[in-house]
Design a protein. Structure first.
Length: 342
């Protein structure tokens, strides 16, 4: 019995010294494919490679990725292209877009072969067609990235697409707003952390590739999508990077799409997801919507369950639970020993 008690005491000590478990994402979804409806049906073949969407002044804009990313589409409520707006700088591989100020910011960060010395943001004013290039460099070598959010304060947040599942989150070195970066640059980026996606025992799931990101109009919710899921994060004080690296997301199972690479919030807070056709001669899939998705998560939701620091009450819950387990085990072993003596 002494060995059993010693082992249990050791386990309790390990639990106490390790501190509380970091909050992990839920393994079940709060919404699924059946909760999505058709938002609109694009038909223009220029959207066959649809990779990014963004709302600006109640207007939805969209763009394809490499090979079709030399122009941006302005869409009406039925997803019909009202006009094509040329991208003012010759792109390499635009993968996402985000609205800030009176402009759309294009994320020219695609790098499938991971060989680019610099990536870039391109500002595009839809009303005039004017814009400029802002080159960026990673601190740790090339990355492929298909996701961009520009925070309410203007700081761009880039999320990389990693086959390991450990997607990095990068911001400018000095937290500079996008429109304050030098043009053409380059400016340095720094890694501020990694996404806490749907994990098992804290280990990122390989193959959970991040393909798009968006921020709600009120700035309270961020969405990060993969080919199979959408992760909704509560955002505090406009700090998207902190939300992505520290908060526990709500998981939405995405509808099956040929190659889902785009996500955006409507102005009222609905979530729309879009996809490439997934191959030549295939029809354009509809853009789908999940109503009121921004209200599935809010900063107050996680305030009730904060991630505790070592030495906090969560640690003592671990110790207390271990102590109760030890006590019950000691009583049980003692009772067994008494029966054997009889």
């Amino acid at each position: 019995m002494r060995r059993i008690v010693a082992a249990l005491l050791g386990a309790a000590a390990v639990a106490a010294s390790a501190g509380p478990a970091v909050a992990q994402p839920p393994t079940t979804s709060v919404a699924g494919p059946s909760d999505f409806e058709v938002y609109c049906q694009p038909t223009d073949p220029g959207l066959n490679e649809l990779s990014g969407m963004a709302y600006l002044n109640d207007t939805l804009y969209a763009i394809g990725d490499s090979g079709t990313d030399d122009k941006m589409a302005e869409l009406d409520a039925n997803c019909a292209v009202q006009r094509w707006i040329p991208v003012p700088v010759d792109p390499y591989d635009i993968e996402d877009m985000s609205a800030y100020g009176d402009s759309i910011w294009l994320s020219d960060t695609g790098d499938n072969l991971r060989r680019r010395d610099t990536v870039a943001l391109t500002r595009l004013d839809p009303s005039s067609g004017a814009g400029e290039l802002y080159r960026l460099t990673y601190p740790d070598g090339p990355h492929d990235a298909e996701s961009l959010i520009v925070e309410p304060g203007g700081r761009p947040v880039i999320i990389t697409k990693e086959f390991s599942g450990n997607s990095g989150v990068y911001v400018p070195d000095a937290d500079t707003a996008a429109d304050k970066l030098p043009t053409p640059g380059p400016s340095g980026l720094r890694r501020v952390g990694a996404l806490n996606l749907n994990t098992a025992a804290g280990v990122p799931v390989p193959g959970e590739l991040v393909t798009g990101a968006a921020l709600s109009a009120d700035g309270r919710a961020a969405a990060v999508r993969t080919y199979s899921q959408v992760y909704l994060y509560p955002v505090r004080d406009g700090d998207v990077a902190a939300a992505l690296t520290n908060e526990t997301p709500v998981v939405v199972t995405a509808p099956k799409q040929p190659q889902g690479e785009s996500v955006e919030f409507t102005v009222p807070g609905d979530l729309i997801v879009a996809s490439e056709t997934g191959g030549e001669l295939r029809p354009l899939p509809p853009i789908l919507v999940l109503s009121d998705a921004a209200n599935l998560v809010a900063p107050s939701d996680t305030a009730e369950n904060p991630i505790e620091a070592p030495g906090s009450s969560a640690t003592w819950w671990w110790v207390g639970g271990a102590a109760v387990l030890i006590g019950l085990t000691v009583l049980g072993v003692g009772a067994i020993a008494r029966r054997r003596r009889r």
